[in-house]
Design a protein around this ligand. Structure first.
Ligand SMILES: Nc1ncnc2c1ncn2[C@@H]1O[C@H](COP(=O)(O)OP(=O)(O)OP(=O)(O)O)[C@@H](O)[C@H]1O
Ligand SMILES: [Mg+2]
Length: 357
């Protein structure tokens, strides 16, 4: 598997936490709030890794929301680990993060609630056997967390099918007769939705549905050192999995993360303002460029990647098909990189002609 779900990747940690968990658990939860928090923020003494870097109080508020009857809505810039956080929360609370609805312009109610096995439907009519449960119905019936990714990209009418599951905790299946026609939510059922602020915003959501969610904003990592550590840990892990046997160099990563932060924020470390890029330059992109840099170094030359590889990998991430971004990036490599001390900054400057065009 290229990327197993969190409950599989961290199965040992979850098992250990369950064993030692003495806290009170909300009904239907696999862990107490304290243990769920430890799973996400980590505890080196107990051998639990830190998986999400950010304000611990955000995790506490999110867990408390999930224990109430309101849904949790994670909003923020792209690449701030909203999806990762929702996966970790679902794995901690339900032991399963795979009940996922991926929102998009073409998402239909069938993909959210339920549909039918047409062969059985024709043969025996609408019966529980011919019913095919989608994530919302399964989450309600089994008392688990349902994740709704990029909810604001769905049409409004489709989003609104969450209204009665979230408020009355019941889903009607009018086709089924009698008791089978109403599915009541079991303890542990709740919804974690994510939405990013660059696509259609959360104002594209009905007021009725907004009321049923508590909103939490996930912010980019504020300081360089923390972001650098995270990029180093994650890139090292990805490179190992890709068969690269040398770890990424710290001095190269420092140049990479600094470049990303400056192009993202439009200010240099020294406080000078500069033009920011319109492309998304999040931590997630920094991790993937660090991965690509290591791959280039190893598979092309048998060594860890250097600042020249950063330039080669940056064009596709930072400039995409936008000529203005490419010009801004070129200007950054020419002016900013040249002025910095250190061999890797000089290498970054020297490699500027690797940019296309
Ligand atoms: N604060 C953070 N803690 C841990 N990992 C982070 C953090 N910020 C970014 N990352 C990294 O970035 C990736 C986040 O990607 P993810 O898809 O979860 O972001 P997202 O906010 O859902 O983005 P999008 O809005 O584009 O869907 C993680 O897998 C991780 O590698
Ligand atoms: Mg996401």
């Amino acid at each position: 598997m290229q990327r197993p779900p969190a409950e599989v990747r961290y199965a040992d940690e979850l098992a250990r936490l369950r064993e030692t968990d003495r806290g009170e658990r909300p009904p239907g939860w696999a862990l107490s709030l304290q243990a769920a928090r430890t799973f996400i923020t980590g505890d080196p003494a107990a051998g639990i890794s830190r998986k999400f870097v950010g304000d611990p109080s955000l995790i506490d508020r999110s867990l408390v929301t999930l224990a109430t009857s309101r849904g949790l809505m994670l909003v923020g810039e792209p690449g701030t680990a909203k999806s990762l956080l929702s996966e970790l929360l679902a794995a901690a609370v339900s032991g399963d993060s795979t009940l996922v609805i991926q929102g998009g312009a073409a998402t239909t109610e069938d993909q959210i609630k339920y549909s039918w096995n047409y062969a059985l439907l024709v043969a025996e009519g609408p019966t529980p056997r011919s019913l095919v449960s989608a994530p919302l119905l399964r989450g309600m019936a089994e008392g688990r967390v349902v994740r709704f990714e990029e909810i604001t990209r769905c049409p409004l009418e489709v989003q609104d099918c969450l209204l009665s599951p979230l408020s009355d905790r019941v889903l009607a299946i009018p086709e089924l007769p009698g008791d089978d026609g109403l599915v009541f939510a079991r303890d542990g059922f709740t919804v974690i939705a994510t939405a990013n602020t660059r696509d259609r915003g959360v104002n594209e959501m009905s007021a009725a549905l907004k009321r049923r969610f508590n909103f939490e904003t996930v912010f980019p990592i504020p300081d360089l050192a923390t972001e650098l550590d995270l990029v180093q840990t994650q890139a090292t892990e990805l490179l190992l999995r890709s068969g690269v046997r040398v770890p990424p160099r710290r001095d190269v990563l420092e140049v990479l993360v600094t470049t990303f932060r400056e192009l993202r924020d439009g200010v240099t470390e020294r406080g000078d303002s500069m033009e920011r890029l319109s492309a998304v330059m999040s931590t997630a992109e920094a991790v993937s460029v660090a991965h690509a840099v290591g791959l280039r170094g190893w598979f092309l030359r048998g060594e860890a990647g250097d600042a020249g590889d950063i330039v080669a990998c940056l064009a596709g991430t930072a400039a995409k098909d936008n000529a203005d971004d490419l010009a801004r990036l070129r200007h950054y490599l020419q002016q900013q990189a040249r002025a910095r001390p250190g061999a890797q900054w000089q290498a970054l400057h020297a490699a500027r002609n690797l940019l296309p065009g």
